[in-house]
Design a protein around this ligand. Structure first.
Ligand code: XIL
Length: 487
């Protein structure tokens, strides 16, 4: 049976249908990714007077894939571990700023600002601090703050002076500082940091304070009383380590009440963890969650920006900290943009996609009314694609990368013209991504998807509308079995 059966509909209505598809495609896929048309996140954020940041830690700063992406897309950096007490003052009075300096240099050379993280925290606190006699803790804390803030003076936009001081019920955590000084350590730490660098914004940063609850209420009262006493508190950091679908609905109101006190309120460590294995629909939910967070920040003048914790999923602390959970960032393990990236770009006023990105989602086979599909979620190289009822599954979720690959399974595999075939009838299969031209595709405004190497069209064999109809390359015909919409 010929693969590209011409439509039996009258010519005029088919043309209308083609135009409708083309219009829908243009609307849903304006990205024009191969032209790198869309602006990077940082330009979009800056146009809205916001920043968009990322965390860098460990070896990330030596990985050129990560640094080029981070430098292009983000304009704020937070060192993940390099400015914490266990790194910066591993023994009393012995300071080590080398790892933090490396990150600051990277940021400066890419015209990015730096959030200093952090000065006083119960965790990643070297053991010697817990052994300091109580009547000496204040002196040790002030010396640490003064030395570190002085070292970075003029290079830090904002400091998380105090990190995670609260218990979930709103009481203060009984750490070395509280035990020695009571609640007075909070104001003392902020004042000490201010004396060392009066130009840095000074933050209290915590988790589970994104919505209105006992913990954020306690922080609100603390902030109010600090401001009443003239303590130079400048901002509140909402870490934003979310569970998929659980961005609190009271987040905007919560941000607004802190802003109304005259404080900045930033999202400092955004990620959105998904129970593994992640499905395609969970990536859509994650995109919604990211959009909610960005929109909340946009709605609050005193929200200066949002920072993500890690660049891509491969960097994330989540799998190590929350076993069974992962894929919480806007880039996948191969640093390809996920739906959350597009949602972020769109929320910031971009076209979604571009800037190394693209779009992600199902490829709808218009003629069949089905979705492009890897049969049985197979991961075997050489498996031929088919069409099947749309499920939102990972085996039907494709990402068009900036180099024109159509990846599946979060970038693990690529859509591939079998054997680099350039003749009609070449099977379209999955294969591990190798950067070759038989794995590059154009999604065209007229609704066709063409192989860059062959120039042929992605085609549902025999114009079948059945589940399991195989997908191949065929001479472009304009028929509906070669029409696709993406996303
Ligand atoms: C995490 C880092 O990402 C990990 O590499 C480290 O092992 C533990 O700390 N809240 C914070 C961050 O304020 O400093 C934490 O960072 C994540 C939770």
């Amino acid at each position: 049976m010929p693969p590209c059966v011409r439509s039996l509909r009258p010519r005029r209505s088919r043309l209308t249908a083609v135009l409708a598809v083309a219009a829908a495609t243009v609307l849903s896929f304006v990205a024009a990714p191969l032209a790198h048309a869309a602006s990077p996140l940082r330009s979009l954020a800056e146009a809205k007077s916001k920043y968009i940041g990322t965390e860098l830690t460990g070896n990330m700063v030596y990985n050129s894939t990560i640094t080029s992406l981070a430098g292009a897309q983000f304009d704020m950096v937070t060192p993940g571990n390099e400015m914490k007490w266990d790194t910066t003052e591993p023994s009393n009075g012995n300071y080590n700023f080398g790892p933090g300096d490396t990150i600051v240099s990277f940021a400066q050379s890419h015209n990015m600002r730096v959030r200093g993280h952090n000065l006083v925290w119960h965790s990643q606190l070297p053991g010697w601090v817990n052994g300091v006699p109580r009547n000496q803790v204040q002196g040790v804390m002030e010396a640490h703050i003064t030395t570190e803030v002085n070292h970075y003076k003029g290079k830090i936009y904002a400091w998380d002076v105090i990190n995670e001081p609260f218990n979930e019920d709103g009481s203060l955590r009984a750490d070395a500082f509280y035990n020695a000084m009571g609640s007075g350590y909070l104001a003392d730490a902020i004042r000490t940091a201010h004396n060392a660098d009066p130009n840095a914004k000074l933050y209290i940063n915590d988790y589970n304070i994104e919505g209105e609850n006992a913990k954020s209420n306690a922080l609100y009262s603390l902030a109010q009383s600090m401001l009443a006493q003239g303590v130079p508190l400048g901002g509140i950091g909402l870490e934003g380590h979310f569970i998929l679908g659980q961005v609190p609905s009271s987040m905007l109101a919560n941000m607004q009440r802190f802003a109304a006190l005259g404080l900045d309120v930033a999202v400092t460590e955004l990620d959105d963890r998904i129970q593994q294995p992640a499905s395609g629909s969970s990536f859509q939910q994650q995109a919604n969650d990211y959009a909610t967070v960005i929109n909340d920040c946009l709605a609050v003048t005193r929200c200066p920006g949002v920072s993500q914790w890690g660049v891509g999923d491969a960097d994330s602390w989540v799998p190590g900290t929350f076993p069974g959970w992962g894929t919480p960032t806007m880039y996948d393990n191969n640093y390809q943009p996920k739906p959350a990236y597009n949602a972020t770009a769109t929320a910031l006023g971009g076209s979604g996609g571009g800037g190394g990105g693209t779009g992600a989602g199902p490829l709808h086979a218009v003629g069949a009314g089905k979705c492009l599909d890897v049969p049985n979620s197979s991961t075997t190289a050489g498996t031929q694609l088919d069409v099947r009822a749309c499920s939102g599954g990972a085996n039907q979720t494709f990402t068009l990368t900036s180099s024109g690959q159509l990846t599946v399974y979060s970038g693990a595999d690529c859509l591939d013209a079998n054997g680099r075939g350039t003749t009609a009838g070449t099977k379209v299969i999955i294969w591990s991504c190798n950067g070759q031209a038989n794995q590059q595709w154009n999604i065209n405004a007229d609704g066709t998807v063409t192989g860059v190497q062959s120039g042929l069209c992605l085609d549902v064999t025999g114009a079948s509308t059945a589940d399991g109809a195989l997908v191949q390359l065929w001479t472009c015909s304009g028929a509906s079995n070669q029409h696709w919409t993406f996303g």
